[in-house]
Design a protein around this ligand. Structure first.
Ligand code: DOR
Length: 451
């Protein structure tokens, strides 16, 4: 009797912990049940992946989807559609919505809103404030919680924990890794006059490398005191990298596609569209970030998808908001970097799947391995495409990469064995579910069923 699967992905070039090789993947009940030659096995559905590359589902651990409160620029459904069109299978969404995700009710509300509307799987970061430190140990274990996020420098919204005493209290409550936006608030306030009206190129002058360095240094000191693991988001400076390398027992780090792809010369053409916190800086910082990709100091990539409308972005700097779309372009931009030889496909998988699985303790996601969710990002490494605003599913409707030619494109997005996107079309009803974590919440029903 041949083994029967719900789905077999046949003959794809699979990239996983074993390296790269052509093989089949058998899926039952949304779970990877077999990897190898399944030529003798049948399945209800088959995907012929001949000539295509099969990656573990890409996990974007930093997106801002704006719901509730700012649905004119994004909502959970539109952001998640952009994700699956871009080959992303799970997103961790940020707490600077209105209201902020800073209590259990707000988190539960996001899960209710997401259910039946988001086509990708999801978790929500819980925002730390000076007032809610006593709740954080419980909050990080709630269903759907990605853990605690702390803004040490202010960005979009009013979430801020900048005094050391409060930062320490956040770090002393709970045990999961705390994600941090690291820019020194005092220095940002002192340097506000350096912003030049109408000139977004002055953004990295105001929010300078020293602001990031000072904050990351203080954060590491406080994390050491609290004996708490931290995750430093969107690293943008060469200066922070030796510091992070010296504290790898404690600190993990994220890089973003925009800091790896764009640089300060692009302010001339993009103006406020390039305005982001922390800023896109001169090429020397980008070079150092690529070295940190090579050396392993960077653990994961996050898009920091932070949509604002073109009308909002048209305001005169510094009245313009910081942020750009990114969740849909993360995979194509990074595949293009693979094709130009800037990183290997294995390292990309390490950054977008194995890395998130390892540092956030994600249950059953981030690897093509038996017993894992059948989350797959199927890509065509040879496809030449032009990234265009017209194809951007975000409500913001634009990308800083409009007009850019890339080689390598997401062909299909498979989530728990379901084909959710194929050839730029979203398929089926939205069936996204909360991501589970080994140290936080695990769904008891799934656990009981051995799923
Ligand atoms: O530029 C940014 N925009 N950086 C952030 O940290 C927040 C984000 C947003 O929410 O707009």
């Amino acid at each position: 009797m041949p083994t029967v699967f719900d789905l077999i992905v046949r003959n794809g070039t699979v990239v996983n912990q074993n390296g790269i090789g052509i093989t089949d993947i058998g899926v039952r009940n949304g779970t990877i049940m077999a990897i190898g030659d399944l030529g003798m096995s049948d399945a209800e559905k088959t995907i012929d992946a001949t000539g295509l590359t099969v990656l573990p589902g890409v996990i974007d651990s930093q997106v801002h989807f704006r719901e509730p409160g700012m649905e004119h620029k994004e909502d959970l459904a539109s952001g998640a559609r952009a994700a699956v069109l871009g080959g992303v299978t799970s997103v961790f969404e940020m707490p600077n919505t209105r209201p902020t995700t800073t209590d259990a009710d707000a988190l539960a509300d996001k899960i209710t809103r997401a259910t039946g509307r988001m086509p990708c799987d999801f978790a929500f970061w819980f925002g730390a404030t000076a007032e809610n430190t006593g709740d954080l140990a419980d909050a990080e274990r709630l269903p759907g919680s990605a853990g605690i996020k702390m803004f040490m420098g202010s960005s979009t919204g009013d979430l801020l924990v900048d005094e050391s005493e409060h930062v320490l209290r956040v770090l002393q409550n709970g045990r999961r890794r705390v994600a941090v936006h690291s820019e020194d608030e005092t220095r940002l306030n002192e340097r506000k006059d350096l912003r030049v009206e109408g000139d977004a190129a002055s953004h990295p002058v105001w929010r300078d490398p020293r602001a990031a360095y000072l904050c990351t240094e203080r954060l590491i000191r406080l994390a050491r005191e609290a004996e708490r693991r931290i995750h430093v988001l969107h690293i943008s400076t060469a200066d922070e990298l030796p510091l992070l390398a010296a504290h790898k027992d404690l600190a993990t780090a994220e890089a973003t596609p925009h800091h790896l792809t764009l640089d300060s010369r692009d302010y001339t053409t993009l103006g406020t569209l390039l305005q982001m916190n922390p800023p896109v800086r001169d090429i020397s910082h980008q070079k150092a970030l690529w070295e940190a990709i090579q050396s392993g100091v960077i653990d994961v990539l996050g898009s920091d998808h932070a949509p604002h409308t073109l009308e909002e972005k048209a305001a005169i700097y510094p009245g313009s908001p910081s942020g750009m779309t990114g969740v849909q372009t993360l995979v194509p931009i990074m595949l293009d970097h693979v094709n130009t030889g800037r990183l290997t496909l294995e390292r990309l998988v390490d950054l977008t799947s194995h890395g998130p699985n390892r540092i956030f303790g994600i249950a059953r996601k981030g690897r093509i391995a038996l017993g894992y969710d059948a989350d797959l990002t199927i890509v065509d490494m040879k496809e030449n495409r032009v990234i265009e605003n017209g194809a951007i599913a975000s409500k913001a409707g634009w990308t800083p990469y409009d007009g850019k030619h890339v080689t390598g494109w997401p062909k299909g997005t498979i989530i728990r064995g379901m084909r959710v996107m194929w050839e730029d079309e979203i398929i089926g009803e939205p069936r996204g579910a909360p991501v589970r974590f080994t140290e936080g919440w695990t769904d008891p029903i799934s656990a009981r069923n051995g799923l």
